[in-house]
Design a protein around this ligand. Structure first.
Ligand code: GLA
Length: 382
């Protein structure tokens, strides 16, 4: 959490609305392993990070609500009794979505004001959307004493994203952002929506993120497409989700599937197994195995699930050829954003500077390097 951002948001709120706000921080997330398994009711291994969204919020005594995005200097006026979706791709729809889903849950919110700022780079696959949704829903729950539990809040965030942003996301991002535990990653079972924290201290190794600084435009439609492919194969197999089958079961319907869709379902089954193996590897302190699983995850995302891109593959290849990187893979939905790398601490600097140069030479643009701390989830701050 950063004091400076908290202060900026708070003083902007006070100067605009002349009253003291409540303050909320909601983090973004990384994911060690388990990609595209959440909406298949499988396992994921995310952690909340120390980058996120800071919100100042208070009740409004006028007949309108105002939400101000401080970093964009953009204000949005609306009334909670007359919610309308705005142009696609706008942050405003997250706000509309949250208020509307709270109302659908039978809870009453009256007009309010908010100012927010974030330090999660957009399109990086670090879940700035979930952080924004959670910060708003958490703040409104406090402000209007709605009495919703954190578990109910994340479902509201997820529904807002489904219905008002149009991405049929799983629960990983909202869960990790809401329930994060400092210095821990969470082994989350996306069926029961319960998690087990794993302290993350890799001693001589560390997690490093490298942002491709690209986000290819097909990402949302491809995401929803993968989701529906998985659903239809689960239906064909007569189960609730791909979580319920193994490779042998899938073999049984192979001749009814295109080779591409067969590979996609196989990827999900294999990735789910990798998450469980990875959690054991962490328990045993077997970082070499953890790294191999992370590389294997990328292989699957690239060749079977087909959600990677040239820039991500390039970064993973660089990691592989380095010798001091135990594992690397694309992270999040895909088609851009970051890779996550498990790197020997004493070689981190040479690795990151080599990659930075190579990336620049190849793509004529810069990648960005992030070191993140694992942090607590959505919370009230001073
Ligand atoms: C996005 C979605 C998540 C999850 C990941 C892929 O981040 O919001 O629900 O599906 O992609 O693992």
């Amino acid at each position: 959490m950063k004091i400076l951002l908290t202060t900026r948001v708070k003083s902007s709120f006070i100067s605009k609305f002349n009253t003291n706000p409540i303050m909320v921080f909601s983090p973004g997330r990384i994911n060690i392993i388990g990609e595209h398994t959440d909406y298949n009711e499988g396992f994921v291994f995310p952690a909340a990070i120390d980058m996120g969204i800071y919100v100042a919020m208070g009740r409004s005594d006028s007949d309108k609500s105002t939400v101000h995005a401080l970093d964009m200097e953009e204000s949005f006026d609306f009334s909670v009794s007359n919610l309308k979706v705005v142009e696609t791709g706008s942050w405003k729809n997250y706000i509309i979505g949250i208020v509307s889903e709270i109302q659908k849950a039978g809870k009453l919110v009256t007009e309010f004001n908010a100012v927010f700022i974030g330090d999660i780079p957009g399109g990086a696959g670090l879940s700035s959307s979930a952080a924004l949704e959670n910060s708003m829903v958490f703040g409104l729950n406090e402000l209007f004493n709605l009495g919703l539990s954190k578990s109910e809040l994340i479902l509201i965030s997820q529904k807002a994203e489904h219905s008002y942003v149009g991405v049929k996301c799983g629960i990983m991002d909202q869960y990790a952002s809401m329930f994060g535990v400092k210095k821990n990653a969470l082994l989350l079972d996306c069926r029961t929506v319960k998690s087990k924290p794993y302290p993350i201290n890799f001693e001589k190794h560390q997690l490093v993120l490298i942002n491709t600084n690209v986000k290819h435009s097909l990402s949302d439609s491809a995401y929803n497409d993968r989701h529906s492919v998985c659903e239809s194969i689960a239906e064909m197999l007569n189960v609730k989700a791909l979580r319920d089958v193994n490779a042998y079961d899938l073999e049984g319907v192979k001749d009814q599937l295109t080779p591409e869709n067969y590979q996609k379902a196989l990827y999900v089954i294999q990735e789910n197994n990798r998450v469980v193996q990875a959690s054991k590897a962490i328990e045993d302190g077997n970082l070499k195995l953890l790294g191999e699983l992370i590389y294997a995850s990328h292989e699957g995302l690239q060749h079977q699930y087909k959600v990677s891109c040239e820039e991500l593959d390039f970064l993973v290849e660089q990691a592989k050829s380095n010798g001091h990187v135990l594992g690397a893979r694309m992270m999040g939905g895909g088609f851009g954003g970051c890779t996550i790398n498990l790197v020997a601490k004493e070689h981190t600097e040479t690795f990151t500077s080599q990659v930075t140069q190579a990336y620049k030479n190849t793509f004529k643009k810069a990648c960005s390097i992030y070191f993140v701390e694992l942090s607590n989830g959505t919370q009230i701050i001073a």
